[in-house]
Design a binder for this molecule. Structure first.
Ligand code: MLT
Length: 255
């Protein structure tokens, strides 16, 4: 184990909210949100300004990185949020250290493990980027990452996400794809997470659709569901106003 010391962005003061970004992006994806309180947004290992390290691919490593960051910042308990891969890491963190989470936000993510077909797809992606680099990755991923409204009518959002995807290194994309392929089902973790919890999903999310978000909200003892209209898988990027307002309302009622 070679613990990676995560780089992070931080703003605001007060109650801490830690936000974990999607694959294959970085903490930059949260920059458009206007949030109350103290927001801490790490770059997960290999992404943004954080090193990849040398551990075998596992989202447990990513969760341990976040726990080490909380220790470094002297934070016992935080509100923890994650979008998509960030949500998978949040659920891994809950599996390891539920006492560190005072409130939970899961966005455009899912608690199911991959199907065999999804797992094979990720392993193929890992091999392809190792062989050919990430030049084609944005073309492959964008139609699923963004909702049809953004794809058809918001070229500035498409360009921004394309730039972010293009910044990911092949080694990190391969590592994270293998780590996601190996993740276990997390419904048991959700059923045991009796803290205020909000599940957010874009109504055009094709990767983790509304029905799966509802299953997570139902599994969480204090789960609520917020559907963001005309947004896809990157709901926080496609409609930062609706996303931020939903999270601010949730945290105001949770504490
Ligand atoms: C993400 O947005 O983090 C990824 O799409 C997650 C996934 O591929 O399951």
């Amino acid at each position: 184990m070679s613990r990676v010391e995560l780089a992070y962005e931080e703003r605001g003061t007060g109650r801490p909210l830690v936000l974990l970004h999607a694959f294959p992006l970085s903490s930059a994806m949260w920059a458009g949100l206007s949030m109350r309180g103290r927001v801490i947004a790490p770059d997960q290992r290999g992404f943004g300004a954080s090193a990849l390290g040398e551990d075998a691919p596992s989202l447990g490593e990513c969760a341990d990185d976040v726990l080490a960051l909380l220790d470094r910042l002297g934070l016992d308990r935080v509100a923890l949020g994650g979008l998509s891969m960030g949500g998978y890491v949040a659920m891994e963190l809950l599996r390891r250290a539920p006492e560190r989470v005072a409130a939970l936000l899961l966005a455009d993510t899912k608690a199911q493990a991959d199907t065999a077909e999804q797992r094979e797809g990720r392993l193929r992606t890992a091999e392809t980027v190792e062989r050919e680099g990430t030049a084609q990755l944005a073309d492959t991923m964008l139609p699923a990452l963004l909702g049809r409204t953004a794809l058809e009518a918001r070229p500035e959002v498409v360009d921004r996400v394309r730039r972010w995807v293009g910044a990911a290194t092949p080694a990190t994309v391969a590592w994270a794809s293998r780590a996601m392929a190996a993740r276990p089902d997390a419904f048991e973790v959700l059923r045991a997470t009796d803290v205020p919890a909000l599940v957010i999903v874009g109504d055009q999310d094709v990767l983790s659709p509304v029905a799966l978000a509802r299953e997570m909200a139902d599994a969480l003892p204090q789960g609520r569901l917020l559907v963001v209209p005309e947004a896809g898988h990157l709901s926080a990027v496609e409609d930062p106003e609706a996303f931020g307002a939903g999270v601010n309302d949730f945290l105001a009622s949770a504490f």
